[in-house]
Structure formats: C-alpha cells, structure tokens
Write a protein that binds this ligand. Structure first.
Ligand SMILES: Nc1nc2c(c(=O)[nH]1)N[C@H]1C(S)=C(S)[C@@H](COP(=O)(O)OP(=O)(O)OC[C@H]3O[C@@H](n4cnc5c(=O)[nH]c(N)nc54)[C@H](O)[C@@H]3O)O[C@H]1N2
Ligand SMILES: Nc1nc2c(c(=O)[nH]1)N[C@H]1C(S)=C(S)[C@@H](COP(=O)(O)OP(=O)(O)OC[C@H]3O[C@@H](n4cnc5c(=O)[nH]c(N)nc54)[C@H](O)[C@@H]3O)O[C@H]1N2
Ligand code: SF4
Ligand SMILES: [Mo]
Length: 654
C-alpha cells in the first residue's frame, strides 16, 4: 500500500481559493483537508472542497465523449468526436464564415491553461463571443471609473480596522476564510456592521445589521453623505488633495431631502447618524459584495459606496479601503511569448442578454456553439429562453464533467479532466493574491482530456499550423515568464504548490489613482440621481425576488445529486398571513419570463414584499430560479441584473 500527501488548490470560483492537502492511497485520492501551512486556508476547507474526491470519482462523471443520436446519447471515441467537430467547423466556416461559430464560457473552474480555449478561437478567426458579466461586472466598471483600477487590501490588513463594514456580501457562506481575520479584529475591539436586506449567517456575526430595502443602498449612501457634508464630518484634506468632482457632488447632495432618501432605503435618521459616526471613526474598512450590483443601477450603487469611502478619507490607509475585488495576476500573464497575438474582430453579444440577442443575430446566424466551464441553461438570466435559443442552434458542443441541463442540449459532449487529473496554475481569487501550481495528482481512470489538449488536437485537425503545440509545463513557463522576471520563483511555486508576488497590502497608499485626472473621481450627479430614483413600479401584489448564493453549492455544481423536488423560497410572515400561505406549502412564483414551483418557508429573515431563494437549482429540482430573472444589462459594466426580478405568487394550481 502506498500512502502519500500532496498539495493542490481548489479551482472553484470562490473568493478563498484554498490550499488543499490530498491524501493519496494506492493512486487514489482518499481524503482532502485544509493545508495548515497556508496563511489564508489555515487548516480548514468547506464541504464543497472536501467533496472534490467524491465528485471526481462520481459514477455520474462523463466517461467518454458522447454524441446525440435520436434524442439520446451514445458514447463515441475521441477521434470520432473531434473529427466530427472539425468537419462541422470547416463546413460552417465555408458556408457562412467564422462569425457563424460562437464561443461561450464562464468561471466553472479556474486554470491558466483553460484559457487556451480562448486562444484557439482567436486563432480560428473572427468568431461570435460574449462580453459582459453574470458575476461582478457593474462593480468592476464602477471602481475603474472612480479609482482607475480595482485593487483591494491584503486580507490581514482588515485587522487594523476600527470598524468593518460588510456591504451586501455573505462572507460566512461565500468567503468563509475571511471570518478568522474578522474574529481577530473583533478581539481587538473592532465593530462589524453588515448592510443587507436579509438576515444571513454574516449578519449573525455582526454587531449591527442595517436592514435596508433592496436597491436602497445609494439612497442610504446619499443620506450618510449629506449628514457628513452638512456637519463637516468629511475628510477635507483627502477630498481637496486627492479627489475630483466634489463641488458639484456636494451641492447635489445638499439639495436632497432626508425624508425622501430615508423612504427610498427604508431606514431612519438614527441609523444614518450612527453609520456616519462609525465611518469617520478611522480607519473603517468597507467590503462590498456582488449581490448589490446585480441590479439595473448596480454600477452607480457601487460608485455611491466608493463616494462614502472618499468622503470619509479611508482610502489608501491601513485598516481602510473600499474593497470590492483584488486581481493581481491577469495583466502579467505573457500570452504574447507563448503564442503570437492575433487580433481578430470578434462579433460580441452581451452575456446577460444571451436570451434576447443571440437568436436575433443575422449575417450570419450562429450555426455552431461551444459551451465550456458553465451551465447557462441554469445560470443565465431568462434561462428558459436561453435553453430555447440553444436548442435552435444547429450544432452544439459542451465541455463538462457531468451531464448538466446544458450538456443535455448538446450534439457532442466532451468529458474533461478533473483538476486533480491535470496540471495547471490557479490564481482566481477575487480577494487574496496567492498563486498555486496544481500538479497532476492521480492518473485518469476515465477517457477524459484537459481542454488545452482538446483544442490542440482540433487545431491540428483543422490544419492551423501556427497554433502552438506545447506540453503543459512549456505553456506554464511561457505564460508565467513575465512573473518570473518580476521575481516569482518558479521552483518555489512548483515545490511549495503556492506563492504570491509582493503587492502593497494597502491599496492606493500613494494616492496616485489610475484615472485620467490621477485623482479619485466622484460619481457624476446625473448618474447618482438616476441611481437613487431607479425603482421599478411594483404593485402590492408584486414581490422582489432575490436569488443568493448557497452555502452548500458553488452555483449549480453541487446540486448535481440534490434530491430536492422544489427549492425553498423564503417569504415574510406578514405576507404569508395576508396571502394565507402556510409553511412548507407549495407556491408558484411567476412573471412574464416564466414560472417555478417552490416550497414556502415562512420567516422574518427577509422583509415584506421581498422573497429570497438560492440560485443553482437544476430542472430536476423544480427548475432554475433564472426562469424568472430578466435578461438585461446594468447601467455600466454589462452586468446581469438578477435581483431586479419582480414576480407574483399564488398557491400551487390556483
Ligand atoms: N458557497 C458558495 N460560495 C460562493 C459562491 C457560491 O455559489 N456558493 N459563489 C462565488 C461567486 S461566483 C461569487 S460572485 C461570490 C458572491 O458572493 P456574495 O456577494 O457574498 O454573494 P451573493 O449571494 O451574490 O450576495 C451577497 C448578499 O447580497 C445581498 N443583497 C442583495 N441585494 C442587495 C441590495 O440591494 N443591497 C444590499 N446591501 N445587499 C443586497 C444578498 O441578500 C446577499 O446576502 O461568492 C463566491 N462564493
Ligand atoms: N439567479 C442568479 N443567477 C446567477 C447568480 C445569482 O446570484 N443569481 N450568480 C451568477 C454568478 S456570480 C456566476 S459567477 C454565474 C456562474 O455561472 P456558471 O459558471 O455557468 O455556473 P456553474 O453552475 O458553476 O457551472 C459551471 C459548470 O462548469 C463545469 N466544470 C467544472 N469544472 C470544469 C472544467 O474544468 N472544465 C469544464 N469545461 N467544465 C467544468 C461544472 O460541472 C458546471 O457544470 O452564475 C450566475 N447566475
Ligand atoms: S469552495 Fe472556496 S472555501 Fe470551499 S474549499 Fe474551495 S476555495 Fe475553499
Ligand atoms: Mo460569480
């Protein structure tokens, strides 16, 4: 019996990106635990991390490529699968041109080499691609406007805050490795404020939960700003030395009425005064989540929070910051040295408007669609329409581990390797700056291939002689070469499994912002005004449906084996009483997009007129919550607006 331990990183699209210790007995992964030596992981991982071996060895894994025949799937060889795909590509390109080929992917698994997929399509020619974002787009665009770039503080720096403000982020469930840092801060006397329209596991660890109306954040931020400006509580020195746009902003903010603002956000003056006091008791550190920017006004909402950070002067100081995301490696990846850059003129469609815009494309229509690392039939807004549009495309190829609701619509499904069966680099955290080397840990029991190999073979079959043909290690060394030049130690990375490059733990410490003016740029008043007024008309019969991320699943991935027949939906007790709905009763949620049946959970976690449920449920679980969500873009950043979802409810069968 051989017994060894190896390190790897969790590739799920999670803030934390844990370092995992794998126990391997006789060539099989038997147990996964958190690496005690990793400063963020600190020896523990979540259930999703512990379940990676179970998923890798799941009997539900796709074992061989599959081809659709008479509505069902049959297993085929890789040769047949890739020959068919290459023939289809040639056929559609000859008949209709490269734009008839569309490529869709998302963050289902991180991996530097996974991006060779994008390179393949750049080499193929001008294809149809998706721009915009299901995840964090509005907030990214917002911080780029205000700061010129998106930077966050190092995780440890939160311990220097006097107040931690967690604004629309459920860290206990979505970013659990931040909790030990917060606990340490609390031991030193730091207070934690959480702003969220619902009661969550994170509000439970706060000292103060501010329960605003959904979408009321910008109105609240304006009320706080008004109080700070009128009472001269703002940081004059920061505002005068490092910002642009204060005069216009200040006269607009002064002109607003507290009464109107408080009505819009659903709170009172004591909360405004208390919050302003906490914010200026420096340093306060703000952590913004992604739920609050999944609205039509999402970008301006994030800008309104940035505005408070600048007024309070908590930018560029230890224990401060308006932290939204932290991506340090992207710009250092050296694609040019790995593969001479092509400059194709892809045709772009908005990702959040997939349902509305893909079918309408003409000259040429999309004839062939590749889908990878994503499950759009469940995760895209207006999911039923997305399924309908995908079905209408002549030839679909899906790359996945499992037969998802999306894979079921494919003509060919390609089974890919699990991360422990392949070598890759992981640097996907939106919060910390660690990079990992994931070495192949176990042999492949199934007839599966990593994406980079699939696309390399396809390139050969298509005669793309300029497409680089390299082994994993060659790709990795070329792609990381700029980082090696910057001091990233390749042998240390490969030996230790993780490393990080030195970035300043305090974002914007030198106050040299990357905007055109070189200053922090306040949101313009027209955008701010549009933002606070952006409420949909809603009758007393209408509910706002918030769809939030589940603790036990990374989006749809861990509902693979869930036997839930109807997803739970949380309904406020006053609403339940009024509509005579009982606990555990099945109710229908419906609007112009679709209808789903869910199990009513009566609770005061939410608020009157608001429903909430988890996203990620499959068809077998009663249907995707996205059967109800609108296909639309946010104000900036082409972000999906899932939480701008208005629906009605009725008893089942009523
Ligand atoms: N367990 C688990 N962890 C995950 C994920 C997962 O699916 N499962 N997904 C990962 C990914 S891809 C992402 S993007 C992140 C997301 O991480 P988070 O941003 O933490 O998660 P969300 O559930 O999107 O939304 C967070 C909170 O926003 C609140 N919210 C909704 N509307 C408003 C509003 O108008 N104002 C305010 N103030 N708050 C509002 C919701 O009530 C919710 O509690 O999590 C990552 N981590
Ligand atoms: N209503 C609502 N909808 C939402 C959200 C919300 O808050 N509310 N959140 C949105 C957010 S933040 C995000 S990020 C998106 C996520 O949207 P998706 O990325 O589409 O969601 P996942 O369910 O994670 O699907 C990933 C798929 O990739 C597969 N996969 C895993 N590893 C690999 C691999 O190595 N290679 C390949 N080829 N496939 C692999 C998985 O099996 C899974 O089927 O969902 C969005 N959808
Ligand atoms: S899902 Fe997140 S918390 Fe869980 S193991 Fe992976 S990186 Fe860690
Ligand atoms: Mo996301």
């Amino acid at each position: 019996m051989s017994n060894e331990y190896k390190l790897c990183a969790c590739p799920l699209d999670c803030f934390d990106v844990c370092s995992i210790r794998a126990e391997i007995i006789d060539g099989k992964v038997t147990k996964l635990t958190g690496n005690k030596e990793h400063p963020i992981t600190q020896g523990f991982i979540c259930e999703k991390g512990r379940k990676h071996a179970e998923r890798m060895y799941s009997p539900l894994r796709l074992k061989k490529p599959m081809k659709k025949v008479n509505g069902g799937f049959v297993e085929i060889t890789w040769d047949e699968a890739l020959d068919t795909i290459a023939d289809k590509l040639k056929h559609y390109i000859n008949e209709y041109g490269t734009l008839s080929i569309a490529q869709y992917n998302d963050g289902g698994a991180a991996g530097l080499l996974k991006n060779i997929e994008n390179l393949f399509f750049d080499y193929l020619g001008d294809v149809t691609q998706f721009e915009g974002n299901l995840c964090w787009g509005a907030g990214m665009a917002a911080q780029k406007l205000d700061f010129g770039d998106v930077k966050g503080h190092a995780p440890e720096d939160i311990e220097n805050a006097k107040t931690i403000i967690i604004w629309g982020r459920n860290i206990v469930e979505t970013n659990m490795h931040m909790v030990p840092f917060i606990k340490k801060a609390k031991e030193k006397g730091t207070k934690v404020i959480v702003i969220d329209p619902i009661t969550t596991a994170t509000t439970a660890i706060s000292d103060w939960h501010i329960k605003l109306k959904p979408k009321g954040d910008a109105a609240f931020a304006c009320a706080v700003a008004k109080y700070m400006i009128e009472n001269k509580l703002f940081d004059h020195s920061f505002v005068y030395n490092y910002t642009k746009g204060f005069h216009e902003l200040s006269s607009y903010i002064r002109s607003l009425s507290y009464k109107e603002l408080l009505k819009l956000c659903g709170t009172n003056m004591d909360t405004v005064i208390g919050f302003a006091g906490a914010l200026v008791h420096k340093p306060a550190s703000i952590y913004i989540g992604y739920g609050l920017q999944r609205y039509k006004n999402g970008g301006s909402t994030v800008r309104s929070i940035d505005m408070l950070g600048a007024l309070a002067g908590i930018i560029g100081i230890s224990g401060g910051g308006v932290n939204y995301a932290n991506k340090v490696y992207g710009s250092f990846i050296d694609w040019e040295s790995a593969a001479p850059t092509k400059e194709p003129e892809h045709r772009y469609i908005s990702k959040p408007r997939f349902a509305a815009d893909l079918a309408g494309l003409d000259n040429p229509k999309v004839k062939m669609l590749f889908i990878s690392r994503s499950n759009p039939v469940v995760q895209q807004p207006d999911a039923a329409e997305v399924a309908y549009v995908i079905k209408g495309i002549e030839f679909k190829v899906v790359l996945d581990h499992f037969m998802t609701d999306t894979a079921k619509l494919a003509d060919i499904v390609l089974p890919v390797t699990y991360f422990m069966e392949e070598t890759d680099i992981i640097y996907s955290s939106m919060w910390n700056s660690y990079m990992f080397y994931n070495e192949k840990l176990v042999s492949r029991d199934l007839d599966v291939k990593p994406e980079f190999e699939i696309y390399s073979i396809l390139a050969q079959k298509l005669g793309m002689s300029d497409f680089p043909q390299m082994k994993e290690e060659q790709w990795i060394d070329k792609l990381l070469s700029k980082l090696y030049d910057k001091g990233l130690n390749a042998s240390e990375l490969k030996r230790n499994s993780f490393t990080k490059i030195n970035v300043n733990p305090v974002a914007w410490e030198n106050k040299e912002f990357s905007t055109q003016s070189g200053r922090f740029e306040f949101i313009d008043t027209a955008s701010l005004n549009g933002c606070i007024a952006s409420e949909q008309s809603k009758t007393s019969e209408d509910f706002r449906l918030l769809t939030v991320h589940a603790k036990e699943s990374l989006h749809s991935q861990h509902f693979l084996t869930s036997e839930v027949e109807h997803p739970p939906v949380y309904l406020n007790s006053q609403d339940a009483l009024r509509l005579e709905i009982n606990s555990n009763e099945l109710i229908e949620l419906y609007n112009e997009y679709g209808c789903i049946t869910a199990e009513a959970m009566i609770s005061d976690k939410g608020q009157s007129g608001v429903l909430f449920m988890h996203e990620g449920w499959w068809k077998k679980n009663g249907g995707s919550v996205n059967s109800l969500t609108p296909h639309d873009n946010s104000d900036i950043g082409l972000q999906a607006v899932y939480n701008d979802c208005i629906c009605k409810i009725r008893k089942q069968g009523a």
